[in-house]
Design a protein around this ligand. Structure first.
Ligand code: C5P
Ligand code: C5P
Ligand code: C5P
Ligand code: ZN
Length: 470
């Protein structure tokens, strides 16, 4: 038995054994979709193994946060979806005898070491695209299997986490994630399929699905309500029921095929480049135990629902949904989702109107207080590809955290990382040069810097990116 990711098996077993021996466990996790699903996977496995624990969430693990965690007095702390990047701080507490850390993460590790550390980057697996925090937690959960449960059902949540971190952005999950998908299929919780790769297949009426699609922009359809309706009406299909537009999930295979072919034809005829047209089709993941037509049935919509909770200080709601609360928690999550969607759409509109400032190697915008700092990274990612916002340069996005601090989010592309871009290094070094700190992944990273240091930060980041892509 080597587990879903054999390279991590020994580490997972060591971490699991340590948790079984713990006197008291604190589970600490990150406030996004991957962090929530990481916590849910770990919480389920701990509970099934009969290990008692408390749970906390944090926006950004820094020295202050780790000190607060130490002050809770728990003998063991299980960090999920963060911890590796703050290993230097955590190791100091370990040395001081404050707690024993167990880490299941996929971020770039800081320069320090600890015994119970489960991270794909330590065994040559890419943490940005091949295994998420929830994936690392799932590997741990499988090693925690006990008695009558092997925890394979938790693969569903692990896949939601991976997609929440956009690890499917090359058309589907790859690498170590595929081992998890396979276990989810075997366990009967997951159904992967080649399908239209647009956001909202379960819940959006067809015209909205096409109009709002920011993944591939098709002239005359994207951002064009009447254009989308005309396109659909001209297909000669019966796409309404009781006067209402159907959703993608309501269509038959043949109908889907007809829509996809027509969309591709339209995109090609409007000059959308072939590599963009190809991204219209990808592997989609359906959670077969969830009700059809709900946000929970499609992993991409599920992950957005989770971001709508945790990024607005309601991680408890998102965790409830992950743990199977389909009543109260789901209602609250849906209300939060409406708010999140409005914020995403208003934020995106603001960026499109204001535009970005283009430097030699990077482009950037400063949203000040116009965009919440916890979602400025999502909006930066969605803005790329819009008019005047190139896919060829990384984008940096600033938003005010408070009177003294500014949050920076950075987003690149796989094209750029293949050419040497590593935004985790850029964010860490550029932020440290102005008195802040940061980290993350090669393709997506973030930092916090002192207020007023934005220009200096941009100059340093521009220089570092130039060096990497040089
Ligand atoms: O903290 P965490 O690792 O969970 O966050 C990763 C972030 O990177 C997510 O917000 C995700 O959307 C972003 N990302 C991205 N493009 C990728 C991979 C990740 O924007 N190709
Ligand atoms: O919120 P999250 O990072 O999970 O969103 C992933 C992707 O889903 C976004 O980049 C965007 O393309 C799409 N999305 C959308 N409309 C929303 C929420 C997300 O098109 N309301
Ligand atoms: O917040 P955002 O979505 O932009 O974060 C992108 C990535 O950068 C995440 O993986 C996050 O954990 C990481 N990050 C970090 N240090 C910060 C801010 C973000 O490591 N100060
Ligand atoms: Zn993550």
């Amino acid at each position: 038995m080597a587990g879903p990711v054999p390279e991590l098996h020994d580490r997972a077993v060591a971490c699991a054994d340590r948790l079984r021996e713990a006197d008291s466990v604190l589970l600490a996790s990150h406030i996004d979709a991957d962090g929530l699903t990481s916590a849910a996977v770990a919480a389920s496995a701990l509970e099934r193994a009969g290990i008692r624990f408390d749970t906390v969430f944090s926006k950004q693990l820094d020295a202050e946060e780790v000190a607060a965690i130490a002050a809770t007095g728990h003998e063991t702390v299980l960090f999920t979806d963060f911890g590796s990047g703050q290993l230097d701080i955590i190791a100091e507490h370990e040395t001081a005898g404050d707690f024993t850390p167990v880490i299941a993460d996929h971020h770039q590790p800081a320069d320090a070491d600890t015994e119970f550390h489960l991270n794909p980057l330590l065994v040559g697996i890419d943490g940005a695209s091949e295994l998420s925090g929830a994936g690392a937690s799932y590997v741990l959960a499988r090693a925690l299997e006990s008695g009558d449960t092997d925890n394979r059902d938790l693969a569903a949540l692990a896949v939601v986490g991976a997609v929440g971190d956009m690890q499917d952005s090359d058309g589907g999950l790859t690498g170590a994630n595929e081992g998890i998908v396979a276990e989810g299929v075997e366990a009967g919780v997951l159904d992967p399929a080649k399908d239209l790769a647009l956001y909202g297949r379960q819940t959006r009426p067809l015209p909205k699905l096409l109009e709002y699609a920011s993944e591939v922009r098709i002239p005359g359809i994207s951002n064009d309500e009447n254009g989308s309706i005309r396109f659909l009406s001209d297909l000669g299909l019966d796409l309404k029921e009781g006067g209402e537009w159907k959703r993608w999930v309501d269509l038959t295979q043949e109908e889907r095929q007809t829509v996809v072919s027509a969309l591709i034809k339209r995109a090609v005829s409007k000059g959308v480049p072939p590599d963009r047209v190809n991204t219209l089709i990808g592997t989609t993941y359906t959670l077969v135990d969830e009700e059809e037509g709900t946000e929970l049935r499609d992993v991409s919509e599920f992950s957005t629902l989770l971001n709508a909770t945790a990024r607005y200080d309601r991680a408890d709601v998102g965790l409830g949904v992950c743990l199977g609360n389909r009543g109260d928690a789901l209602d609250r999550a849906r209300t939060l989702l409406r708010n999140h969607r409005r914020n995403l759409s208003e934020g995106l509109q603001w960026v499109k109107t204001e535009g970005v400032t283009v430097e030699e190697h990077v482009q950037w915008f400063d949203a000040g207080t116009r965009i919440r700092e916890t979602i400025v990274g999502i909006i930066a990612g969605m803005a790329v590809g819009a008019n005047g916002i190139s896919r060829r340069k990384p984008i940096l996005a600033f938003a005010e955290k408070n009177d003294e601090e500014v949050k920076v989010s950075a987003r690149g592309s796989h094209f750029l990382t293949k050419n040497g871009l590593d935004l985790s290094v850029v964010m860490r070094e550029a932020s440290r040069s102005v008195g802040g700190d940061g980290g993350g992944h090669d393709v997506a990273a973030g930092a916090t810097i002192p207020m007023g240091k934005q220009a200096e930060f941009v100059a340093e980041a521009d220089r570092l990116v130039g060096e990497q892509l040089g």
